[in-house]
Every structure is written in structure tokens, then in C-alpha cells.
Design a protein around this ligand. Sequence first.
Ligand code: UD1
Length: 430
Amino acid sequence: MDRIRIVGGHKLKGTIPISGAKNAALPLMIASLLTRDTLTLKNVPNLADVNLLARILRNHGVDHMVDGKRGGPSHQGETYHFTARDIVDTTAPYEMVSRMRASFWVIGPLLARMGQAKVSLPGGCAIGTRPVDLHLQGLKALGADIVIDAGYVVAKAPKGGLIGNRVTFPKVSVGATHNVLMAAALAKGETVIENAAREPEVGDVADCLVKMGAKIEGIGSSTLRVQGRTQLEGAVHTVVADRIETGTFAMAVAATGGDVVLEGARADLLENALQVLEKCGVTVTRQENGIRIQRNGAGLEPVSIETQPFPGFPTDLQAQMMALMAKAKGTSVIRETIFENRFMHVQELARLGCDIQLNGDTASIRGVTMLKGAPVMATDLRASVSLVIAGLTAEGETTVNRVYHLDRGFERLEEKLSRCGAEIERLASG
Ligand code: UD1
């Protein structure tokens, strides 16, 4: 298994191009199931999760083609063409869904288009129990008959197809919103989704569905009003910039010090996190071509934050924020309200010398003057990148093991960082 080796202590300087968002690319790819025509997606990041989902979709009968050659210098992402002319299989097997939670989201589109779907209960990052009750509640409201059988969700639509309805989620769920939104686009009549997730990736999928012919009002708000169509058409859509990658690099620069432009980043997608960085003493400049992050030698101020659904502080930046606070000038408090088990990075950060006390859903981080490099283990996608950030600020060498977690969600991480002066390299497994 590949490892990443980092020698800390280098300031970051230069430009980092921001990729298309993984969390938008995945549901957009799934949306291709809704039409016989070709859905063209531009700015798709080259990630393990994207490649895995393309394989899963192929299993259902979705052909995909990639334009040109990968690996150009621009980091502009790839253009993919997905065509689901005929759905050949409405079952998503355990071996596939267990490797990526988001692939569970095929259930809504398959059910809407084919009237039936059998999808394994999901796996994915081990950051909590992550049930799917909200997904099922939403699909049932559209008339689906659902049973759980031997680890599979078996869903059937009424004879004439799914029927629009009011779906009121008791809790905000990104995945359940995607699922019901996509299903509603092919349901009969109007669906109103209340307490919908407002994450920018949901808005990106909704924008794409509109290009495909769906009628959706309230995009960006917590009430989505969808007029279903009997069929949707092909479209061309560009994947929105990755706000989590943006925030991660912003925190890396804040941690090491330096001056970096995050090219193509959109400040409006992560205002909350940017304002937290400003409170810490980081200079954030919202520019036309992206976001400039600067920190001189001055110490970081400690902060208190709580993760929240968008537009609050994202849970997907919580681990990175913790790594940043490790050397702040006092004690910071981070409360995780979205996932109950999302502190697995704490014990690995402690190996580098971080002083973190956990109490239920709250972590107190007492800033220390120095971190020291050590071998550490990645436990999930966002946790692994927090170890990279800590390694960049630690004295000496850090090796991050199990980097396949990183490859799921960060495109050319080590290349982007080393171009800005970080001493970081991938050690391929022998
Ligand atoms: C998505 C993101 C993930 C991010 C998360 C929260 C993708 C591919 N993944 O995950 O990176 O961390 O949003 O912003 O976009 N829940 C239920 N029942 C359900 C569904 C969810 O109780 O049926 C709970 C979850 O356990 C969690 C909370 O709701 O506590 C939020 O989960 P959700 O928004 O659904 O996360 P995902 O869509 O899985």
C-alpha cells in the first residue's frame, strides 16, 4: 500500500488549482441514470471514488467515455460522457455499494426510471452508523414499496411510476436530498422537499437536472419544489469547485504560513470556514480568480466551532481544522454535531504531539509550540488529510499510511502541495 512521506517546516507559496467537487461529481454521474441521452460532465476530478462509481454505473448499463488524455498540466479535470441508453440491471450488489456509500444513491433514479431497484445497504467511511432511513422515508412518500431483505433494500414503484408528494425530512441529509430530488424529477406531478440539504453540491445537481429538463424551484433553499417529467434529456454540465478541497488547502497554508492562491475556488461556497480562518488571524482575500490565503509568522488565535449543515462549518473540514488548531496560542473547542464517530484522527494526531481531550461530541485542543513527525495511519478520507496538514507543520518526518483513503477524495494532493514548496512525496508500495 502506498504511503505519503512528509518533512515538515516549509512555508507554502504559489498557486494551487482547485478541482471539481467529488461530492457533486458522484451524484451528477448517478443522474445519468435518469435519461437515455448522453449526460456530459466537465471538470470531473480524477479520483478513486469517481472511477469506482463509473464501474458501478457500467454494471447498470451506463456507458462512459472520457475526452482526451488524463494528466495534462492544467488540473482542469476531465470531460466524461455518460449514456444510460438501456438499463440492463437494477441491482447494485454488496461488493460494490459496500465500497462507496454514495453508490446507494442509485436507488432513487433506478426506481424512478425502471420502477424497481435492489440496492445493497451501504458502507463507506467508518464515521458513524450512517443509516439510510431518511432515503427510504422519502422514496416511500413517492409511493415506493420498500422491504429490507438479506442486506438489500428492495424497492418497487407503483404500477404507473412514482408519484410526487410532500417529503419533510426530520433531519438534514445530503444523500437523502439527492436521492429524492433525482427520483422526483421523473415522478408524476409535484414533489415538495422540506428541510432539504442546502449544500452547494445539491444545488449543482439541481442545476444539472434543470438542464436535463426538470422543473425545480427553490434551488439553494431548504424547500425544493420539483415538477416531475415523464422523461429527461441529455445535458452538458460543469462540476462545481470543490469547497472541501479549497478549505483543506486554505488550512494547510494557514498551518504552515505562506502565501497561496487557490485558483478557481469560490469563496461563497465556504464563507463560514473562511471567516473562522480570519478569526484565527489568517488573511483571506476573495479574488476574481479564486481565494488568496496568507499568513505571516504570527501565531494563530484559538477558536471555538461547531459543525453544521451548510451554510455552517462543514463536518468535512472538522479534522483539518483540528490539525490547524494544534499549534494555536491557546485552547480551541470543536464540537461535531453531524457524525457521532468522527474523531478517529484524534489518536493519530496525538502521535505527532497534539494535545487533544475528547468529551463526547466535543474536542478541546490545547495549542502546543511544536509537533514532531511520526508514522501515522489514515482512518478515513478527511481524517487522513488532517494528518498531512499536521505533518506539514511538524518537525522532521511523518509518514501517512493507508493513503488509499486520500486517493478517494483528493486529486494529486502531494503534487499540488509540493509545487508550492512542501516536502511531500508518495512512496509506492513495493
Ligand atoms: C454527505 C457527504 C459527506 C458529508 C456529509 C455531511 C457525499 C458523497 N458525502 O454524506 O462528505 O460529510 O454529506 O455533510 O456527498 N442520516 C440519517 N439517516 C439517513 C441519512 C443520514 O440518520 O437516512 C444522518 C447521518 O448518519 C448523519 C447525518 O444524517 O449523522 C448527515 O448525513 P448525510 O447528510 O446524509 O451524509 P451523506 O449524504 O452520507
